[in-house]
Every structure is written in C-alpha cells, then in structure tokens.
Write a protein that binds this ligand. Structure first.
Ligand SMILES: [Ca+2]
Ligand SMILES: [Ca+2]
Ligand SMILES: [Ca+2]
Length: 241
C-alpha cells in the first residue's frame, strides 16, 4: 500500500508541475494581384485573400470585427468598435496625416459596405483588452510591403513583415492574419511605407485572450490528488476502528 501511495504522490507532483505545451504562432496570407486573378480595384469574392480570411476565422471561437461603416468620413483619429457575437472590444486608432476613413481611391476599395480606412503613413490601434489574433484585408500594396509592430503584454515589441509581392499592379487585394496565443499584445502599429505607397484597410478582426482552460495533465493530476486524499481518509478511518 505504501508503495502505491508513494507512486501516487510522485505522479501527482510530476503532473501538477508539468507545463502545458507552447502553442506555435500561425500566419494566414493570400493575395489577388491582377485582373486575371479577379482583382482590379474591386473585391474578389472567391480569391486567395478570402480563402486566407476563411482559414483564419475558422481557427477562432469568438471574433470581433471593425468594418468602418459607422466611422465618420475624413476623420483621422477616433474610437473603433470591434463588434462580436458576445460583446464589443473598444480600440483607439491614432494616425499621422494622410490617413482617414474614405470610400476608396487610387486602387483602394472597401471589402465590406462602402467605407474603409485609407493610409499612406503610420497608424496604430490600442485595445482595451489583450489581443492574441489579428487579421485584415489590405488593398493596393504596390511598392512597399507592410510591417506590423506589436506592443506585447509582457513588455517589449515584436515586428511582423507581411510577405506581399512587390512591385504589384494597382488595385490588388491581400489578406493577412496571425494567431499567437502565447504573446498577447495591447497595441498594433501599422508601420508606414518608406515612400510613395498608400494602402486601404477594411474588416479588421481581432480575438481576445481567453481564460486558459486546464490542460488534460493538470486535470488528471487533480483527480489523482483527489484519489490520494480519499485513500488517506480511508486509512485514517481504519486507524480509528
Ligand atoms: Ca494604387
Ligand atoms: Ca467597410
Ligand atoms: Ca498603393
């Protein structure tokens, strides 16, 4: 019996302290660059970009999206509401000159409704809650690929380069998304192109960090600890007899 108890204790301690495996970051990318692929300053409903968006969305249980439809045209700094099925995540968008909500021009176009965020310079979105997934349509990347900079919850920043084809024709459509559950962030900065390229953005989707679910090993450890407790109780009861 003592042997069994000893091995139960060892198992419980081992399982209790074992760390859950790290989730690898995943990226989603698709681009439709010319009229042959369906892009030409207009939305491509069944192209590579939409495929990438569908793949991204299918990996998330709860999503929140800002579509710029209720934003005021021409305003360059404002509150953004990311609407979701279980509530809204608020964000503050800050930009330099040359960024504003528009109907589209110079190869940028909305992917939902009639409005989008147009920008030829740096802008950032600060979130009220830690975010672990971000995805969006971006149109008209022609000369310079776009980079993102994340302000991580644990401190420091992380840069992500979007692997776009450049030079690309006017009016292309791209989707980029990523999920990194181990590196939540509270702000994303869309870094400006070096010179001479403007982009359009629409349907920016985010997912917040959810309460972590206990790993199976931890649950097993808890059950074993409970079993161990029951055994001790039984032993104690026997002594009393
Ligand atoms: Ca253009
Ligand atoms: Ca829109
Ligand atoms: Ca452009």
């Amino acid at each position: 019996m003592n042997k069994l108890l000893n091995s139960l204790i060892i198992c419980t301690i081992f399982l209790g302290i074992s760390k859950p495996a790290k989730a690898m970051p995943i990226q989603f990318f698709g681009e439709d660059l010319d009229a042959n692929m369906g892009a030409n300053s207009s939305f491509v409903p069944n192209g590579n970009a939409v495929d990438a968006q569908n793949d991204f969305l299918s990996r998330l249980s709860d999503i929140n999206t800002a579509d710029f439809e209720s934003s005021t045209l021409g305003v360059s700094t404002h509150r953004l509401s990311f609407a979701g099925s279980t509530g809204t995540i608020e964000g503050i968008l800050r930009s330099n000159r040359g960024s504003y909500v528009s109907n589209g021009s110079s190869g940028a176009f909305p992917t939902s409704g009639s409005q989008l965020w147009g920008s030829g310079s740096r802008f950032s979105i600060e979130f009220e809650t830690p975010i672990v997934a971000l995805g969006f349509f971006v149109q008209d990347i022609e000369v310079n690929p776009l980079s993102l900079q994340l302000d991580l919850v644990g401190g420091g920043t992380k840069d992500i380069l979007i692997p776009s084809t450049v030079r690309a024709p006017n009016g292309g459509l791209t989707y980029f998304g990523f999920i990194d559950k181990d590196q939540p962030f509270t702000r994303v900065t869309f870094l400006e192109p070096t010179r001479g390229d403007g982009y359009g953005f629409d349907d920016i989707t985010v997912a917040e960090q959810v309460q972590s679910v206990p790993e199976p090993s931890t649950i097993l450890g808890t059950f074993m600890a409970l079993g161990f407790g029951a055994l001790l109780k039984k032993k104690g009861a026997k002594k009393d007899n």
